[in-house]
Design a protein around this ligand. Structure first.
Ligand code: ACO
Length: 326
C-alpha cells in the first residue's frame, strides 16, 4: 500500500493582534491571570470583512509555493473548520474557487479542535485508496472571534483566528530512491465519545438559526484533555513499538500551556521538543496544529526524516494522535 507524507507547510495570521491588557479593558480580567492560567499573551483577530476562506487561501498559497507545485496538480482539498464562511457551499469549495484549483474534489471536516488531525488522516486514507491523487491540500482555518461571547471572561480570553495548511504528497508519485523514501504518515488513532455538553456553542442552524456562542466547562475539559491525550499517545507508541524517547518533536493542539505541560510531565517527555505557539496565537481550534507545525518547521528547524506526533482534542469530545516521519 502506498504512503503519503507532508511535503510543505504554510500559515496565515490576521495582521491585527489583541493583547491580554486590551481584553482587560473589555471584561474583568488581567494579563497576569490569563498568562498564569493559560500561557496566552496575545491572539490575532480577523478584520471585519476578512473571511475564514481568505485566511485558508493565504495559508494554502504559502504551502503550495514552498512545495514548488502547480495548483492544478492538487487532487484533493480538505478544510477543517468550525467557522466556515457559509452554511453551504463548503469552505473547501470556496477555497477551491479562489485558488482556481480545477482538478481537485473538495469538502470540509468538522471535528472542532481535532479537525486538522481528522483531515490529515482522511487525506492519507484517500490517497492510499485513490492513485489519481498526487497532492492533497489539507487546511485548518478558523475565525473563532466571531463565535466567542466577548462578555464571557471565562472563554473570550482563550481564542484567536488564523489558518495553517500542508501539502501532502502521495509516495506512489515519487521516485522511491529519493530522499522521500522514509517520510510518511505512519499511523493515526481518532476517537470521539459523544460528551457534547462540556464544550459547545449555544446555538446552531437547526436549533436557533444562528451559529451561537462558545460555552465551556473549563475544568472538565482540562481534565479530559490531559487524560485522553496521554492515553492516545501511549496507544500510538505501543502500536508502533516505540518509546517516548524515540519521538523527536510533539505538536500539540494549542489550547493551554498547562494542559501541554501536564501531558509532557505524565509521559516523561522534554518540553524542549514541544512546539509552543499558544502564547502568540491562543487557541485557533482546527488551525492551531498546522500553524504550530509551520512555526516548528521554520523556527525549530524540524529535520526531514525526524519522527513527530500531532495530538489534538476538541468539542464532541473528539481527540487523537497522528504519528509521522517528516
Ligand atoms: N480572568 C479572571 N478570572 C477568571 C477568568 C478570567 N478570564 N475566567 C475565570 N475566572 C475566575 C473564575 O470566575 C473563578 O473564580 P471563583 O473562584 O471566584 O469562582 C476562578 O477564576 C477560577 O476559575 P476556573 O475556571 O476554576 O479556573 P481554571 O484554573 O480552571 O482555569 C481555564 C480556567 C483557563 C479555562 C482552564 O480551565 C482551561 O484551560 N481549561 C481547558 C479548556 C480549554 O482550553 N478549552 C479550549 C477549548 S477546548 C480545547 O481546545 C481542548
Amino acid at each position: 500500500m502506498s504512503r503519503s507524507f507532508i511535503l510543505s507547510t504554510g500559515s496565515c495570521l490576521p495582521k491585527k493582534t489583541l493583547s491580554n491588557n486590551e481584553i482587560a479593558l473589555m471584561v474583568e480580567t488581567s494579563d497576569e491571570w490569563i498568562r498564569q492560567r493559560t500561557g496566552i499573551t496575545q491572539r490575532h483577530i480577523a478584520d471585519e470583512g476578512e473571511l475564514t476562506s481568505d485566511l485558508a487561501v493565504n495559508a494554502a498559497e504559502n504551502a503550495i509555493e514552498k512545495a514548488q507545485i502547480s495548483v492544478n496538480e492538487v487532487g484533493l482539498i480538505i478544510v477543517a473548520t468550525t467557522t466556515p464562511d457559509k452554511t453551504f457551499p463548503s469552505c473547501a469549495t470556496i477555497v477551491q474557487s479562489k485558488l482556481k484549483c480545477k482538478n481537485a474534489f473538495a469538502f470540509d471536516v468538522q471535528a472542532a479542535c481535532s479537525g486538522f488531525i481528522y483531515a490529515v488522516t482522511i487525506a492519507d486514507s484517500l490517497i492510499k485508496a485513490n492513485n489519481r491523487i498526487k497532492y492533497a491540500l489539507v487546511i485548518g482555518a478558523e475565525i473563532m472571534s466571531r463565535i466567542v461571547d466577548w462578555k464571557d471572561r471565562s472563554t473570550c480570553v482563550l481564542f484567536g483566528d488564523g489558518a495553517g495548511a500542508v501539502v501532502i504528497k502521495s509516495a506512489a508519485h515519487c521516485n522511491e530512491t529519493t530522499e522521500h523514501s522514509t517520510r510518511g504518515i505512519m499511523s493515526a488513532n481518532l476517537y470521539s465519545d459523544g460528551n457534547v455538553d462540556v464544550l459547545c456553542t449555544s446555538g446552531g442552524i437547526s436549533s436557533t438559526g444562528d451559529s451561537g456562542k462558545i460555552c465551556m466547562n473549563g475544568r472538565e475539559v482540562f481534565k479530559c484533555a490531559v487524560d485522553k491525550l496521554t492515553a492516545s499517545i501511549e496507544e500510538t507508541l505501543k502500536y508502533n513499538n516505540l518509546k517516548i524517547a524515540d519521538i523527536d518533536w510533539l505538536i500539540p493542539h494549542q489550547a493551554n500551556i498547562r494542559i501541554i505541560g501536564a501531558i509532557v510531565k505524565k509521559l516523561g517527555f522534554s518540553m524542549e521538543k514541544v512546539a509552543n505557539t499558544v502564547d502568540q496565537h491562543a487557541n485557533t481550534s482546527a488551525a492551531s496544529i498546522p500553524l504550530a507545525l509551520d512555526y516548528a518547521v521554520q523556527e525549530l528547524k524540524i529535520k526531514p526524516g525526524s519522527l513527530g506526533l500531532l495530538i489534538a482534542i476538541g468539542a464532541g469530545l473528539t481527540w487523537g494522535s497522528v504519528l509521522l516521519r517528516y
